[in-house]
Ligand binder design. Structure first.
Ligand SMILES: Cc1ncc(COP(=O)(O)O)c(C=O)c1O
Length: 373
């Protein structure tokens, strides 16, 4: 497995919650695709489409859906926008979310204000039971709960099974931004029956930017008004002489034009690695690393912003050093090769399953050095 990761040993890459590095096989897949393109143009386009189909199948099995339920999209923001703009809102409808959400999972819902739809947000910092508090914010006007599975800044992981069960029982839709969880820990639609799942491939999935997935529950698919149109989303796509058209019944109806085949080759290769290791094993190894990191941070008296409860976190560990500026520490860490982030008023470390334990320990030692230890 070590041979799959080519990271410069001088770097401590603890930034998978931002942009993950590509495994060796992804680098090779992109090189092969580029070579083939340069030498034989689109001669083997059918083979490229076969890779794209494999990608759909891999994404489908990652979330427990069928390949025909997966739309390949540009990014999470596009997926959330397709949902927000496609639902048949009535003036007075409301959406419930979280105040500390990543901007895309707030802005797309706030943009519906012009249609008389309001977005109500839970202050997660004041909640000890987020699912109960989200549910308490719902009333007769609430049509949708829109949350991230794992919060990008605090790393808080929601209990999706609990939310989904309540939503199903009360006729409220559930939209899950899964970008901070998919690839880090197992996901299964049968366990978390969300109506919408959206994610991008460039974080925990170790793929490129510019290619993500949108899952829309099959029963809802025809109810989502389409907002993008083109040759690719119709029945008989490729029959350019045909003048009548209708959208395909499957999730391809959300893909209006030419596919991102370069991205598909890359992401398919990255997912093949996660599949080989297995998501249970990926999660087991990642947990071992985050637990070790928590021990190191607590031993130093740092303030954890991510809950300690293993059920309430995933791969993100955020923390503050009391009395010290996170902005300054972040700059110092980055200068010394610790790739991390400054989020939610603290420092965010996000290792992955393959991160050498030594690299985590070195990052903390570098932090010690910055603190004069
Ligand atoms: C929770 C969450 N949603 C979405 C995104 C990114 O959205 P996109 O895929 O549109 O770039 C991020 C990136 O940090 C995120 O943390």
């Amino acid at each position: 497995m070590d041979s799959e990761f080519l990271l410069d040993p001088a770097l401590c890459h603890l930034n998978h919650a931002a942009v993950g590095p590509w495994p060796r096989r992804t680098v090779e897949a992109v090189k092969r695709f580029a070579e083939e393109n340069a030498r034989s143009g689109s001669l083997r386009y059918a083979d490229w489409l076969a890779v794209e189909q494999r990608l759909r199948e891999r994404l489908a099995s990652l979330i427990g859906a069928a390949a025909t339920d997966i739309a390949l999209i540009k990014n999470t923001s596009e997926g959330l926008s397709l949902i927000a703009q496609g639902l048949d809102w009535q003036p007075g409808d409301s959406i419930v979310g979280i105040a500390q959400e990543f901007p895309s999972n707030r802005i797309v819902w706030q943009a519906l204000a012009e249609r008389g739809v309001s977005w109500r947000a839970l202050d997660l910092a004041r909640s000890s039971d987020p699912e109960a508090d989200l549910i308490a914010l719902c009333d007769g006007s609430t049509r949708l709960i829109a949350v991230s599975w794992v919060q990008y800044a605090s790393g808080v992981r929601l209990n999706l099974a609990r939310l989904a069960t309540w939503c199903r029982a009360h006729g409220v839709l559930l939209c899950v931004d899964a970008i901070q969880g998919l690839g880090a820990l197992p996901f299964a639609l049968p366990r978390y029956p969300a109506d919408f799942v959206v994610a991008d491939g460039h974080k925990w999935l170790l793929g490129p930017e510019g290619l993500g997935l949108l899952y829309v529950c099959p029963e809802l698919r025809p109810r989502l008004r389409l907002t993008q149109f083109g040759w690719h989303m119709v029945e008989d796509a490729g029959d350019f002489d045909r003048t009548d058209w209708q959208p395909t019944a499957d999730a391809r109806r959300f893909e209006c034009g030419s596919p991102n085949l370069l991205g598909a080759h890359a992401l398919e290769a990255s997912l093949s690695l996660l599949t080989e290791v297995g998501m249970d094993e990926v999660w087991r190894r990642l947990q071992k690393r985050t637990e070790h990191l928590i021990t190191l941070l607590e031993r130093r008296g740092f303030e954890l912003l991510t809950p300690k409860d293993p059920e309430r976190r995933a791969g993100i560990i955020s923390f503050r050093v009391p009395g010290r500026s996170s902005a300054e520490l972040y700059q110092g860490l980055m200068r010394q090769g610790v790739l991390c982030a400054q989020r939610g008023g603290g420092l965010r470390f996000s290792p992955h399953f393959y991160t050498p334990i030594e690299r985590i320990e070195r990052a903390v030692r570098i932090l010690d050095g910055l603190l004069g230890g």
